[in-house]
Design a protein around this ligand. Structure first.
Ligand SMILES: O=C[C@H](O)[C@H](O)COP(=O)(O)O
Ligand SMILES: C=C(OP(=O)(O)O)C(=O)O
Length: 447
């Protein structure tokens, strides 16, 4: 993990919460305490006054999601934790303002939904669909500067991808909120549209499967059995920029919600046990995700679980392992054993992307499809051996035909990467790689 960095904004954060917050006194006090802790990876905004203005505007803006939707997701994740459903989470590494078009949202949605159908068929259980979407506008970075010596790009919520404009501009938080709200609007509409079938090879294979699934659904409907095959996609993002997250805190039914998204996760670089991100996440009624990398010990995993799931609520916490394909088989088992022994029912989810990043000989950040598959296979092997539920998959993907990850049935080679390398940050699976992965995971679920 990166070291904790105090930003100028962090120094003003507590005062600003007090100034703009409409939260009840006791809740405000808890939020202030959480936000007064050291926070890693925070922007150093160009002006504290502009930050105040942005936070004030967002504090009275309509939230991106509703508390009732968050409650629905919480109930669905409880069923994942009990082994009765599977969680599929996926989308861009980093959303961008320019890339937030109808075509892009539709393509990502379609890929996610098609994968979910394949997985539901494989698992024989419902699949809860969560996009990395409608808020995934901020990125933690390994280095303060990029290879050309400019300040690193930290996502459109913070600065521009253009090296000429890397100033941390708080007005970007307002644009991120507007874009997220527009995206959510489209997702709600798309959730009730028919699922389109692609004509790519995996699409044809999928079309046959859809016909089978449709027959099964018609039979179920004829029997009067309910199903959630065509239901919602929930929104998730890394709760990274604390000024954005706190501005979208809202009370509902006496509980505190982060209404910037349904599901918020704490990343590998900001999961300091005594840091602000963990403390804020602990206060929320939202389901929370936590990335756990190869340095996570079984003991620290239990501490996280106690901190983030104090009431022992099944599915309240999703532990997202991102160990690397060569480490998962020995790092994950003792963590699962210790957490299971603690009595907490978490969702175990595999992110096979972030532990398998490398730089190609062409200088592109990339990931090998076979290693991604191997990490998921390791995840299933570990859970099968321990008798626990391999509850979910978390991937960076796009509905666009990019060449960012190596391999897959298209056999993308290093020399192909430059053709359509479009990501704003990390390499994503394209639709064919995503579907291929879904078929492979469906087989693992059946196995
Ligand atoms: O998506 C995850 C991180 O933001 C990303 O992997 C960091 O990338 P970097 O190591 O290039 O900064
Ligand atoms: C930054 C991310 O992952 P991690 O925290 O696991 O590196 C991410 O999922 O965007």
């Amino acid at each position: 993990m990166n070291s904790v960095v105090e930003s100028t904004c962090a120094l003003t954060r507590v005062r600003e919460v007090r100034a703009v917050s409409a939260l009840p006194f006791d809740v405000r006090h808890e939020v202030e305490e959480a936000l007064s802790r050291p926070a890693a990876q925070q922007p150093v905004w160009r002006s504290a006054a502009d930050c105040r203005d942005a936070v004030a505007a967002l504090s009275t803006a309509p939230p991106v999601v509703l508390a009732s939707e968050v409650d629905d997701l919480r109930a669905r994740l409880a069923s994942v934790a009990r082994g009765e459903a599977f969680l599929l989470q996926g989308g861009d590494c980093a959303e961008t303002f320019a890339g937030n078009t109808e075509a892009h949202i539709r393509a990502n949605f379609t890929t996610l939904v098609q994968m979910a159908v394949v997985l539901a068929y494989g698992a024989g259980t419902p699949v809860v669909r969560v996009g990395r979407v409608a808020g995934q506008y901020a990125k933690p970075r390994s280095s303060e500067v990029d290879p050309s010596g400019h300040p690193s790009y930290r996502g459109d919520m913070v600065n521009s991808a253009s090296p000429a404009d890397r100033t941390h501009d708080p007005a970007r938080m307002v644009r991120a909120h507007a874009n997220s709200s527009a995206t959510m609007n489209m997702l709600r509409a798309l959730a009730h549209s028919p699922v389109p079938v692609s004509d790519a090879p995996t699409g044809r294979r999928y079309a046959a499967l859809v016909a089978e699934v449709d027959r099964a659904l018609r039979f179920m409907q004829a029997c009067g059995a309910a199903n959630d095959y065509t239901r919602d996609v929930y929104a998730s993002h890394e709760a990274l920029v604390l000024d954005y997250e706190r501005a979208l805190l809202r009370m509902a039914g006496g509980r505190l919600y982060g209404l910037s998204g349904h599901f918020l996760w704490v990343g590998e670089r900001t999961r300091q046990l005594d840091g602000a991100h963990i403390a804020l996440a602990a206060l929320l009624a939202n389901p929370i995700g936590l990335k756990i990398g190869p340095t996570t010990t079984p003991e620290s995993a239990v501490e996280y679980v106690q901190r983030l799931d104090p009431h022992g609520e099944p599915g309240r916490l999703t532990l997202i392992s991102r160990m690397g394909h060569d480490r998962i088989r020995h790092v994950l088992p003792p963590i699962i054993e210790k957490v299971t022994a603690s009595g907490h029912q978490v969702v175990w989810q595999c992110d096979p992307m972030h532990g398998n990043t490398e730089t190609s000989s062409t200088g592109h950040k990339t990931r090998r499809f076979d290693r991604v598959v191997d990490e998921v296979a390791g995840f299933f092997e570990v859970h099968r051996a321990l008798g626990t539920h391999p509850g979910g998959l978390h991937v960076e993907l796009t509905g666009e035909d990019v060449t960012e990850c190596l391999g897959g049935e298209q056999d993308i080679a290093e020399a192909d990467l430059g053709e359509r390398y479009l990501t704003a940050c990390d390499p994503r699976l394209n639709p064919r790689q995503s579907m291929e992965l879904a078929f492979l995971v469906a087989e693992m679920l059946r196995g």
